[in-house]
Design a protein around this ligand. Structure first.
Ligand code: PGA
Length: 250
């Protein structure tokens, strides 16, 4: 089956009113006839601005995080209803920076994924092993556990509406991308793992690769049968790089 490719830009804690506009102007001018679904995830403060800039362009908006709670006394948090107000459609969940720096456990990630689905938005669920885990040959076990935590919470039928992003922690922001084959091996494993519960859903799930994706390695990554796009950090802040990645998605 052919799954639509997704190229999502995770801006992390970068940008300003001025640079956001310049970046989007540059990207939008170049990608009109591209096939991939393009998503951008700016910081919360700029969601409103970017929501306006991408309106009617075909580019979708993502948030980098969201609260698992509906509303109330959660200082500093942002609810899914607020995100919907700004036409956000996707929410990153379980990014390794959230897991590592902000203590988001598998349980929290599962709760957030459930809340995102219940609100009608689409989670982009990030999984991936650390360097130590890869060296200890624990990659597949770690990824299976991270997927299981969510599967147990939401059930396999809800997985049809989840986008998975495999992001080996050692490849994020390091310039050291996984090889296309290394990524493919994990993507194939993740798909088969989901297929043990429901083969039809596993076939449909879009699995993105993330970790030092650039315009010069994206084409090879995208040529792999189980790689359905990319979650791009650093290179999504550079017009030529992000456009190059989008174009290589066919
Ligand atoms: P990177 O980040 O492309 O800068 O490695 C990817 C990510 O963290 O989503």
């Amino acid at each position: 089956m052919t799954r639509k490719k997704i190229v999502a830009g995770n801006w992390k804690m970068n940008g300003s009113l001025e640079t956001n506009e310049r970046l989007l102007d540059g990207v939008l001018a170049e990608i009109e006839s591209e096939n991939a679904l393009v998503i951008v995830a700016p910081p919360f403060t700029y969601l409103s601005q970017v929501s306006g800039l991408v309106k009617g362009t075909g580019v979708s908006l993502a948030a980098q995080n969201a609260s698992q709670y509906l509303s109330g006394a959660y200082t500093g948090e942002t609810s899914l209803t607020m995100l919907k107000d700004l036409s956000v459609e996707y929410v990153l969940v379980g990014h390794s920076e959230r897991r590592t720096y902000y203590g988001e456990t598998d349980h929290v990630v599962a709760e957030k994924t459930k809340a995102i689905l219940e609100s009608g938005l689409t989670p982009i669920l990030c999984i991936g092993e650390s360097l130590e885990e890869r060296q200890a040959e624990q990659t597949l076990v770690v990824c299976a556990n991270q997927i299981n935590a969510v599967l147990n919470e939401i059930g396999v039928s809800s997985f049809a509406k989840v986008v998975v992003a495999y992001e080996p922690v050692w490849a994020i922001g390091t310039g050291l991308s996984a090889t296309a084959q290394q990524a493919q091996d994990v993507h194939e494993f993740v798909r088969k793992h989901i297929a043990t519960q429901n083969a039809e859903i596993a076939e449909k799930v879009q699995i993105l690769y993330g970790g030092s994706v650039k315009a010069n390695n994206s084409e090879e990554l995208f040529s792999m049968p189980d790689i359905d796009g990319a979650l791009v950090g650093g290179a999504s802040l550079i017009v030529e790089e992000f456009v190059g990645i989008i174009k290589s998605a066919g």
